[in-house]
Design a protein. Structure first.
Length: 160
């Protein structure tokens, strides 16, 4: 019997152990990469937003997408669409930064549509994010974007 060369987690699910760059692209085994956060972390919504914003501000939208993915998988069913839409916005920015305008635009628009009916839960700037995503989707064909310069603000500023 031949050994399966795919990386597996303790439960036998495929998990790539390859290092990744700041945009989540796999690198060669042994190459220095960006440390990945643990998967399946259950966070309060505010903590999710703070961690995702930190990653977006650092030019790591792929990693922010993983934070939102944890939220949609561990949160209440009635918030799945919100967190999934937030993840789509982050991965849309990832694709735009990688130079994939078609995938980037589609995901940005899909994420904007998914979050658009959610008001402003947890201080999320849904109208601002929706406008940001639509505007960015309209210009990603001009070439790869700088993920740090294009990072959106996820929440509205607190009022004094």
């Amino acid at each position: 019997m031949t050994e399966n060369p795919r990386d597996r987690d303790v439960e036998g699910r495929a998990r790539s152990a390859r290092p990744r760059d700041g945009l989540g692209r796999p690198l060669a085994y042994g190459a220095p990469g960006v440390e990945r956060g643990p998967e399946g972390v259950v966070r309060a919504p505010g903590e999710t937003l703070r961690e995702a914003q930190r990653l977006l501000d650092a030019g790591m939208p792929f990693h922010a997408h993983e934070v939102f993915e944890d939220a949609w998988k561990s949160g209440p069913d009635d918030e799945e669409a919100l967190w999934r839409g937030m993840a789509q916005l982050a991965v849309g920015l990832t694709h735009a930064a990688r130079g994939n305008p078609t995938g980037g635009a589609r995901l940005l628009l899909r994420g904007a549509e998914r979050i658009s009916g959610h008001g402003a839960p947890y201080g999320i700037d849904v109208p601002g994010l929706t406008a940001w995503a639509r505007e960015l989707a309209g210009r990603v064909g001009d070439g790869p974007v700088d993920p740090t310069a294009e990072a959106p603000r996820l929440t509205r500023p607190a009022r004094p």
